[in-house]
Design a protein around this ligand. Sequence first.
Ligand code: FAD
Length: 528
Amino acid sequence: MPVLDSLLDADGALVVGAGLAGLFCALKLAPRPVTVLSPVPLGAGASSAWAQGGVAAAVGPGDTPHAHAVDTERAGAGIVDERVAESVAREAAARIEDLARWGTPFDRDETGHFALGREAAHSANRIVRVNGDRAGHAIMQALIAEVRRTPSIRIVEGLTAVDLVREHGRVVGVFCRRLGDRYGEPVLVRSRAVVLAAGGLGGLYAVTTNPPGVRGHAMGMAARAGALIADPEFVQFHPTALATGADPAPLATEALRGEGAILVNDLGERFMPAIHPDAELAPRDIVARANFRQIKAGRRVFLDTRLALGERILTEFPTVAGYCRDAGIDPVTGLIPVAPAAHYHMGGIKVDEWGRSSLAGLWVCGEAASTGLHGANRLASNSLLEATVFAARIADDISGLEPVRKLAPFPGIAWDEAIGEATEARLRTLPAVQDLRRVMTDLVGVERDADGLKAALRTIAELEATSRDVTRSYLNMTTSATLVAAAALQRTESRGGHFRTDYPDTDAGWQHHTVMTLEEALAIRAAA
Ligand SMILES: Cc1cc2nc3c(=O)[nH]c(=O)nc-3n(C[C@H](O)[C@H](O)[C@H](O)COP(=O)(O)OP(=O)(O)OC[C@H]3O[C@@H](n4cnc5c(N)ncnc54)[C@H](O)[C@@H]3O)c2cc1C
């Protein structure tokens, strides 16, 4: 590592990433001092702000946390940790109250109770929403305002973490790059407690619903530092991203199908009832594969909201209606073209019930973590919930170590919009990045087989070795891609989000988590 030009002491806990997981943890740590790193201005660049459905919580009449846990386990295809599912479902109501207390304007009925939505594979109405499909945006706006009012939280924009730093076996900080500064010296930010909350890896795929900066950096960085990784092969593909050529692909929320919208192909055939008794509300992986196969067979797939929603889509799903308007589609009279897109990572950095990773000094929450809650397939709207539950537990855990004191002065790093836009544009178009994303979508996507996965691993190795753009950041991406493809090759069965055309059945012998180190993944890659 080159000589450092600066060394900053985070003075308290350091939270890497400013999505829901990171901000919730920072707020829960108050009044203990905490520094939050965000590569881009607060609120931008996070999947959290794009969430449409809402937060799952058993807060409706007749519903119970146990019923919620059972649905979670069923969706997770045999490898959800029961204890985790039960405890997360139990803590849901308290975390929703936190969000409400910090200003989230959840939809409520005339009596003040939550107006709950329904999503696929939930046995009750239990999605706490905001203005129909605006949950993520509204939650993030509320939390950002609360964070800005909280004197113990320092936000640093324009720093991207690229490496974890270890001393005597303990994580003691992160190396960061300044915005737009690819070749300058990295900045070291030291802290006794590092919380990695830098999101998932959807953006590693060419077709994704995730923001451009969410590309497996967290998992790659932690794996390179030696952390154990769990279930990396389990990627969820959302069945209904808008197929308008936009990158990222805008999402048409599942709640539309919850309201009765149907899927049809370009011959006008409704194909889901023949595939699953729940038709369009079958588990996500089944609907995603059905859409994928239609498209592979040369058909186009559309979401038809006309009968179910009519003009209501304009007021009750304003985000989706806006995406349609931008693409020149009128959902009141016409069909919405859709396709599957990489959406959510069930796997990630392995953590225990307190969010502790296998590396001392490193906690992980949000999509970057693998807590055992989602198993092979996430139940809709369980991820925002998981982010809050584990962020709160981590804050509790760290609070036992951190005294309450004041933040020491810290040199500011100013956000520069022009450099920010240029950096983003460059990252979007880098050939090495685009090649990697194409390989992931084509060979490590909705359907996989041994030949394709081996070819993917060889190409990832080649890109890593030959790319002129090998920065630490790119290495974090290829590392994550390697872990996903290697674990997918190793798991010779189909389960949840992982489907092998050469092993289409579920195998009871594989009813367990994958736990992998980077070393093991690299050995699989070398043999491919
Ligand atoms: C379109 C869409 C709709 C969704 N709808 C729902 C829903 O309705 N309900 C639900 O439960 N889930 C939903 N999800 C999933 C859910 O939004 C995410 O799983 C969740 O928001 C993840 O939160 P997070 O804080 O872990 O990550 P994010 O919100 O993605 O935040 C990650 C943060 O880390 C930062 N970061 C990234 N790399 C670095 C780095 N190297 N250094 C420093 N910082 C970094 C990012 O800039 C960002 O601030 C949806 C996801 C998408 C994309």
